[in-house]
Design a binder for this molecule. Structure first.
Ligand SMILES: O=C(O)c1ccccc1NCC(=O)[C@H](O)[C@H](O)COP(=O)(O)O
Length: 225
């Protein structure tokens, strides 16, 4: 089974190259001023072009952005996908998708079974889901907090739910997350940083190695070797 891997919060050519070299399927760019990973559209444009040239799908991450901001990002950065990481309603997701003609990944904060029910109103509207942890108390950010949630909750999701498992992943725990949830995609940001907003090529490489090892172990176990 294939596994999509999104490295989020990229802001330098070196980090793009490390993500692409490791085999990232998606590269995320944050357009949210309070984030240490925030990039201006003009600065993100050449980075996104670099990721695209390496065959990586580019994702523009926004939080309750209005049409003017999304217009500017789409016009300048030309992302392949939009990630809506705020409290966007199903109607807003549909409107954004129609206005820009781009697939939309809708993010949800998960801390209990009830949170997963919220996805239902977005089925057939959002192209994909990103399931993240609830921000810790006092956090200024809806994402990128480096905290995880109970991955076993995902066992109750419909098998055909297309999502990325996100929140607090790193090289040390991604194998366990894959084993418990078996997601179609994963997403990481803080877990491959040496400091908030500073991606580390060594940590990115270690993350991909940990994913490869875990997948190999699962395959071996499945074959009963
Ligand atoms: O990463 C941010 O700073 C951020 C800010 C505002 C909205 C979303 C943000 N990140 C979105 C992502 O897709 C992150 O990769 C995701 O929340 C996981 O982050 P982490 O727990 O640090 O791996």
């Amino acid at each position: 089974m294939s596994l999509d891997i999104k490295i989020c919060g990229l802001s330098t050519p070196d980090a793009i190259d490390a993500a692409a070299a490791g085999g990232a399927s998606h590269a995320g760019f944050i357009f949210f001023e309070r984030s240490p990973r925030n990039v201006a559209p003009d600065a993100a444009a050449p980075l996104a072009a670099r990721a695209k040239a390496a065959g990586v799908v580019t994702v523009a991450v926004t939080v309750d952005a209005d049409d003017a901001m999304l217009d500017r990002i789409v016009r300048t950065v030309r992302p392949d996908m939009l990630q809506l990481h705020g409290s966007e309603s199903p109607e807003r997701v549909a409107a954004v998708r129609a206005r820009h003609g781009l697939p939309v990944m809708k993010a949800f904060a998960i801390s209990g079974r009830d949170d997963l029910k919220k996805l239902d109103a977005y089925r057939g509207v959002a192209d994909r889901f990103l399931l993240d942890a609830n921000p810790p108390k006092g956090s200024d950010l809806p994402g990128g907090n480096g905290v995880s949630f109970d991955w076993s909750l995902l066992a109750s999701l419909d098998a055909d739910t297309d999502y990325m498992l996100s929140g607090g992943l790193d090289a040390g725990n991604v194998g366990e997350a894959l084993g418990i949830a078996g997601p179609p995609g994963i997403d990481v940001s803080s877990g491959v940083e040496s400091a908030p907003g500073i991606k580390d090529a060594g940590l990115i490489e270690a993350f991909f190695l940990a994913v490869a090892e875990a997948r190999e172990q699962r395959q071996t176990a499945a074959l009963g070797v």
